[in-house]
Design a binder for this molecule. Sequence first.
Ligand code: G3H
Ligand code: 13P
Ligand code: ZN
Length: 316
Amino acid sequence: MIVTTKKLFEHAYGNYAIGAYNINNLEQIVGLFRGNLESKAPFIIQLSKGARSYTNKAFLEGLIRSADQVFPESIYAVHLDHGDEATCYDCIDSGFYSSVMIDGSSLDFEENIAVTRRVVDRAHAKGIVVEAELGQLGGVEEHVNVSEANAKLTNPETAKEFVERSGCDSLAVAIGTSHGAFKFSGTQALHFDVLAQIQNRLPNFPLVMHGSSSVPQDEVARINAAGGKLGGARGVDPEQFKPASKLGVCKINIDTDGRLVWTRVHREFFLEHPEKFDLRDPGKVYMAEYAKFIAQKNVYLGSAGQLEDVRKFING
Ligand code: G3H
Ligand code: 13P
Ligand code: ZN
């Protein structure tokens, strides 16, 4: 069942966070649905612009519709990740997405508000909810001085004004995470102080944490042992997810870690089975490993075990 992120956030706020997983192909979709059902968790499927154009957006939508039939007990939102204005409209008009993100984070404050407001007006007219972003992601290391760091992090002073004027339904905040596998060269520096100040000004308003892959070191070691070259890859400690959710973070975005599972499975598979060439063989391993990975993440997020409660909440 496809629901809006708004409903999921109402249930989760202050207690746990929902995993938002980026999906590109069939094997990820099957593993995603299986892993969430096995751990009894609601979830968010995220489609990036790159995922939608990898083959054709119609394939991804078709795969999700099929998964909905094969796994009818699932509860999830379908969300556009990091949309520009035109892609938001395309998703809103498609009638398939329950949520879109307009990423105006690279624009100045007024322009970000203006574009977010336009998307919100068009989305809300169709019952679709909107995530916006304020601040700029990109690792802020502990050695970076305070004024440099503050220039990138979400400014708690302006976050309230941004939300009120843009009308967005949730806000992605920059608190020291960054996208990809190389998040921290020094000590991990997540700015929970900034998060707490944002929550203080925006009580009960759902916040979103992008760039939240953990880049597990055992995964990186296995990839490198099987011929990979991912020296120095580092991520966010998953033990931080629950404290973040207590401070209003309802959605935690994870893409890179899923890519690492794919890379490890395929590198190891072909190293161990040099004689094989049937793509379904590593595909089966990947679907099982990705499902296991999702189920484990949901335990850290606190979303594991919430599915039936969410169903009751949604059905009233
Ligand atoms: O934040 C970006 C996501 O990891 C999506 O990545 O644009 O390569 O699909 P992508
Ligand atoms: P990671 O690169 O840490 O997985 O972040 C994903 C993300 O924020 C997608 O929007
Ligand atoms: Zn992101």
